[in-house]
Design a protein around this ligand. Structure first.
Ligand code: UDP
Length: 237
């Protein structure tokens, strides 16, 4: 059975924790290798939504007095830079990709067209969605959810990079006794006031019955397992 999934990669996942590189080539290469190898199963169709927090966040500029929409457009352009880095790395591992941007920039990326995105997926290309939704006042979690619904994906994979593998009862870094949930309902998340992803995106997933798997991108073998449909992290459905 074909599994169509959207992987949300935050921009900060591409940055280096060891050095001060905005984009760490070795980290991008690792993620790209896992993605390219996972595609070999031929049962996976994958779109990636990449964030831009390693380069710019709209809220940061707004707090410093910038116009919010202007600052958010800077953030969206940051996601395009990350998308191109990821494209290059995935293609180095032999898998065709297409970057589709929500902001037209014809010399750099294709415009986002739903039917064309689906066609790329059917041909086994990794589609990288850049520039979020093209709209200020959102983070890239929301386009991850919205594009997933639009291309009829069955799952949103929310990869985190802070060393926490899934959703816990409390912050496991502050309380080592915090309990990890294997599975939660959307209503559980709200009742327990847990954090899964940006609230706008979360509400969208709940309203459209789109499951979310939250997992640690960088734990050994975790990304491969998540892409293979294994039960890593926490599933919210
Ligand atoms: N952004 C936006 N609209 C979108 C997606 C992103 O305005 O649809 C802007 C917003 O300023 C955001 C920035 O792009 O802060 C970078 O995205 P995000 O913060 O989601 O990056 P991540 O945290 O995933 O690295």
């Amino acid at each position: 059975m074909i599994r169509r999934q959207v992987l949300k990669l935050s921009g900060e996942a591409l940055a280096s924790s060891a050095s001060d590189e905005t984009i760490d080539a070795s980290v991008v290469d690792y993620l790209a290798k896992e993605i390219a190898h996972s595609m070999e199963s031929e049962t996976l169709q994958l779109a990636v939504v990449v964030g831009g927090g390693n380069i710019w966040r709209g809220a940061t500029g707004a707090m410093a007095g910038m116009n919010r929409a202007n600052s958010d457009q800077m953030g969206m352009l940051g996601t395009v830079i990350n998308a191109l880095a990821l494209q290059d790395a995935i293609e180095n591992h032999g898998r065709a990709t297409r970057v589709m941007s929500a902001i037209n920039m014809d010399q750099v990326a294709e415009p986002y067209i739903r039917r064309r995105a689906i066609r790329h997926l059917e041909k086994g290309r990794v589609v990288i969605f850049a520039a979020g939704m093209g709209l200020p006042y959102f983070t890239t979690d929301t386009p991850a959810a919205q594009r997933a619904a639009e291309i009829e994906a069955q799952l949103v994979l929310k990869g985190t990079h802070g060393g926490v593998d899934g959703v816990y009862s409390e912050d496991p870094k502050k309380n080592p006794k915090a309990v990890k949930y294997e599975e939660l309902s959307f209503d559980d998340v709200i009742a327990k006031d847990l954090r899964v992803m940006d609230m706008t995106a979360f509400t969208f997933c709940r309203d459209n019955n789109l499951p979310i798997r939250v997992f640690d991108l960088m734990a050994p073998d975790n990304l491969r397992r998540a892409l293979a449909g294994e039960a890593v992290g926490t599933l919210v459905k």
